[in-house]
Design a protein around this ligand. Structure first.
Ligand code: PAF
Length: 280
């Protein structure tokens, strides 16, 4: 595996692959890799002949400086995992190369509407940071296909919208959330959970399952279901931010045109903010 930091060197490598008619799959990450990331890489390799992964802890998407500073940086261990997955190139851009005019005076990419609800409302500025950096990474890597996890369901929808609205020639693939045997969605944040919190954390997914069962049994009192879940989570020790049953295509409230539904939740457990979702 080649580790490339310079954008020009990366572009040359990808240009050569494209000249040789090789397809390029891309998995952007912020590092601290776990089994969820490895599943994304496997999926990219299933579709494409060459695979690029990136590691860049994007300062623009953190709403709290202390969260950015605390984000685990584990490059050596990440490289070892990527090598075992037969990744062709690891792209590790510097902040100066991705943000040449600094973090403030820069062109930003915003998906209006969808970017302002749920996670967007809870974490102002977060999604502009995500869609801006993903646009930049796509411009650097120029992949044919990119794979994102459904764990960050709203992020995936936003990136789908971004790709369509900006006519990017990239196929997007969303991959089902990889879970621990107890149901907890895999996330780099899980490493911050204490032993006691690890026991409680899977209850978030269990709440989503309970709501799904109720909805499948024709319970359409969505507000009541959401509120009851918030109360149960609070009793279990979470500080819930939202539990929402939404249209899976728009993330807006369910209406007569809704074909697919999704249940989304965000809750704090101690110092760790957990998010999860489940399609109905
Ligand atoms: O999902 C993530 O890890 C990040 O939001 C992403 C897509 C790599 C952008 O920084």
């Amino acid at each position: 595996m080649q580790v490339i930091s310079a954008i020009e060197a990366l572009r040359k490598t990808v240009r050569d692959w494209h000249k040789a008619d090789l397809s390029v799959g891309f998995v952007p990450t912020m590092g601290n890799l776990h089994a969820g990331h490895l599943a994304l890489l496997k999926e990219a390799a299933r579709h494409c002949q060459q695979v690029v992964a990136s590691i860049f802890v994007n300062p623009l998407q953190f709403d709290e400086e202390r969260d950015l500073l605390a984000y685990p940086r584990t490059l050596e261990a990440d490289i070892a995992q990527l090598e075992s997955m037969n990744v062709d190139v690891l792209f590790t851009p510097t902040e100066a190369s991705l943000y040449p005019h600094g973090r403030e005076a820069l062109t930003r990419v915003e998906v209006a509407g969808l970017g302002g609800i749920l996670e967007g409302a809870a974490r102002p500025g977060h999604f502009v940071g995500v869609t801006t950096v993903v646009t930049k990474l796509f411009n650097c890597v120029q992949p044919d296909l990119a794979v994102f996890g459904e764990k960050d369901f709203q992020q995936l929808l936003l990136i789908q919208r971004l790709v369509t609205d900006l006519n990017m020639p990239i196929t997007l693939v969303g991959l089902a959330t990889v879970r621990e045997p107890n149901g907890l969605a895999m996330s780099s944040r899980n490493r911050r959970l204490s032993v006691e919190e690890r026991e409680i954390a899977p209850l978030l997914y269990r709440e989503l399952q309970a709501i799904r069962n109720a909805v499948l049994h024709e319970n359409s009192d969505y507000t009541v279901l959401e509120q009851a879940a918030i109360e149960r989570l609070t009793c279990q020790g979470f500080v819930p931010e939202y539990v929402a049953i939404r249209d899976a295509n728009t993330l807006f409230a369910i209406n007569n045109n809704t074909k697919n539904r999704v249940i989304l939740a965000a809750a704090r457990l101690g110092d760790t903010r957990l998010i999860d979702n489940l399609r109905v």
